[in-house]
Unconditional design. Structure first.
Length: 640
């Protein structure tokens, strides 16, 4: 014998009943199936009343042909048969090839119509034909799709039962969702197709209008957020309770509209339900917070007209709508909020920031000026990290706005936190806090010194490479000039007489050659002396080596000068000795001047190094470090 369950209408078998049976007339099971919900007692009575003429056959509802045709159920009798099938959540009643679906609640859904209008997918998000028509705003296509349900149901029922059946199927089709969880009503509301929305509402239900997509938005949310005022009105007329539908992060349609700046939508929602102002998002921000942050003047004005005390409401961070407004750029919104309640300028958030602190940090110069005009503004209020507005302004990157804010704060009596006479208890720190601060400062100093030393080392390296290249090039050229000048005096054109005196010594051209050749030699030697005096070593041993080389080079230059002057007396002879004396004077002035000057700078350089060394030792004994401009410079080092 077949068995039936109470809930879900899950029968273990399908029942095949000859409709002409005298023990079980056809109209009796139909009446039970269409008007009475199954439970355990009714199923037991049905099973008992079927008698010995009950025959069991399996029926697969997954194949429509097994329901639509009696031959698919049984081949033993040519007469029409009634098939009771329960394969899943619906009981199928079939008579003469016509199929109906009886749901768990006793309501019927035409299986063919369901497949055509609900299960058929054509869009990229598995949209039904009704979704696509609603998105296009094609009212005629929407009416056609919903109207064809009548033809599908024709011949199954009549009268009130037929109307109820068609209404239920249409509601099922209208409330069908795609992969994004959106109904056709949602699609039409998002695109702003008012006529389509009105048509769909005629066949929807209150539960269907509140269906949310996967993002948590209902049709009224998306219409309010998009600013479709007419659609918002139609939805609210259909169900005023939709205005309290909560979306993502507990956002109401009012919050969505206020954040997007749709003033008329905000007014419409408030006219239907003023209590929406009391509902905030999960982070505590209400419609006034969001509209003030975005600078929507008209919306802020409308919200404050409904409830002026809304300006004092805080979010979970302790921020009022004024805190949010000063983050924006609208000074008009700030004025509206202060006009509603000027005392909110003194309210701090959970971090101790007043509106003045926030406006300063956001570099809103105009808003800072507006706040400072209020008598209730505490220009020297401290944050939890003990900073005044002036401290915050001076800590910002230098710009025109920060300079203007600092000047404005200073004119209004703002001072730094360390200049305030705070009570001893507020300034006292525990030993642990002091140790942590000192440790942090020392660690930061160490890292800073390391970075600065690395940068200075690289700069010195680049500087040294450049000096080496320049020194080598200039020294080579200077030596070449000195060599040519020294040799030229012994290879005078015209030759020398047996006494070593030049043959052309009496000519004017020789005298010019002699004097300028001597100047070239002495100048070249002076350049060599200067170039080799520049130390290119870092270590102490390198500097010592260079010092010895410098001394030897200076001696060589002096000796070369003396040799050249001596030879000049031989070349010019007794009659033109004035030329040799002139060369002696020129050489002595140039070489003596260069050597004395270099000696002065060498001594000065050593003194500077000694002073820096003492300063470095004195700084290393303190806990603070101050970057000095001279520490970052690469100065030349001289040796003597």
């Amino acid at each position: 014998m077949a068995s039936a369950s109470v809930e879900g209408m899950n029968c273990s078998s399908d029942l095949l009943i000859p409709p002409g049976s005298p023990n079980f007339p056809l109209f009796y099971p139909l009446k039970i199936l269409l008007n009475v919900a199954f439970d355990r007692r009714i199923a037991a009575k049905l099973e008992k009343g079927l008698g010995p003429k009950l025959s069991l056959k399996p029926l697969n509802l997954a194949e429509p042909s097994s329901v639509a045709s009696p031959s698919a159920v049984t081949t033993s009798s040519p007469t029409p048969s009634l098939v009771l099938s329960n394969s899943g959540k619906a009981l199928v009643v079939s008579n003469s090839g016509k199929a109906l679906v009886l749901s768990n609640s006793g309501k019927r859904i035409d299986q063919a119509g369901k497949k055509k209008y609900v299960k058929q997918v054509t869009g990229r998000h598995n949209d039904t034909e009704l979704h696509l028509a609603a998105q296009r705003g094609d009212l005629a296509a929407v009416k056609q799709i919903l109207g064809e349900i009548d033809a599908q149901m024709m011949g199954t029922l009549s009268g009130a039962d037929f109307d109820a059946e068609v209404a239920e199927i249409r509601s099922s089709v209208v409330n069908e969702v795609n992969e994004l969880g959106e109904t056709a009503l949602f699609a039409a509301a998002e695109k702003g197709h008012l006529d389509v929305v009105k048509e769909l509402l005629q066949h929807s239900t209150k539960e269907g209008t509140a269906i949310k997509n996967r993002s948590g938005f209902a049709p009224l949310h998306i219409a309010a957020s998009s600013g479709h005022l007419a659609i918002v009105r139609v939805l609210l007329e259909y169900d005023p309770g939709l205005s309290r539908t909560l979306g993502p992060s507990n956002a109401t349609p009012l919050v969505s509209a206020a954040a997007r700046g749709h003033t008329e939508v905000v007014k419409e929602l408030l006219s239907k339900d003023p209590s929406l102002l009391e509902i905030a998002r999960s982070n505590g921000k209400n419609a006034l917070h969001l509209s003030a942050r975005q600078g929507h003047v008209d919306i802020v004005k409308s919200l404050l007209e409904k409830d002026p005390q809304l300006a004092r409401r805080t979010d979970k961070k302790g921020q009022t709508s004024l805190h949010m407004a000063v983050k924006g750029v609208s000074c008009e919104v700030v004025k509206l909020l202060l006009g509603a309640d000027a005392a909110i300028v003194m309210l701090p958030d959970k971090f101790g920031n007043t509106a003045l602190h926030v406006a300063t940090r956001k570099k809103r110069a105009e808003i800072v000026t507006e706040l400072l005009h209020l008598p209730d503004t505490n220009v020297n209020a401290l944050t939890r990290d003990h900073k005044t507005a002036l401290d915050i302004a001076e800590g910002l990157p230098l710009s025109e706005e920060t300079a203007e804010i600092s000047d404005c704060l200073t004119r209004c009596g703002a001072i730094r936190a360390n200049e305030l006479n705070q009570p001893r208890d507020e300034l006292r720190k525990t030993v642990t806090q002091i140790k942590n601060d000192v440790h942090t400062q020392l660690e930061q100093t160490r890292k800073t010194n390391k970075n600065v030393n690395g940068i200075a080392k690289e700069l010195r390296k680049l500087h040294r490479v450049g000096i080496n290249n320049a020194t080598n090039s200039v020294t080579v050229v200077a030596v070449l000039f000195a060599t040519v000048a020294f040799a030229a005096i012994f290879t005078v054109p015209g030759g020398d007489n047996p006494d070593g005196m030049a043959v052309v010594v009496s000519s004017t051209s020789f005298k010019i050659f002699f004097i300028f050749n001597a100047v070239a030699l002495f100048t070249s030697l002076a350049v060599v002396v200067v170039q080799i005096t520049l130390v290119r070593g870092e270590t102490k041993s390198e500097r010592r080596v260079v010092e010895v080389i410098n001394k030897l080079m200076w001696l060589a230059s002096v000796c070369t000068t003396v040799a050249f002057i001596s030879s000049s007396y031989i070349v010019v002879g007794r009659h033109n000795r004035w030329a040799a004396i002139l060369v002696t004077v020129i050489g002595g002035i140039i070489m003596a001047g260069v050597l004395s000057t270099m000696t002065y700078y060498v001594v000065k350089s050593k003194r500077i190094r000694a002073v820096r060394k003492r300063m470095k030792f004195s700084r290393s004994g303190t806990n603070s470090w101050r970057h000095s401009e001279t520490d970052s410079e690469v100065n030349p080092i001289y040796a003597i």
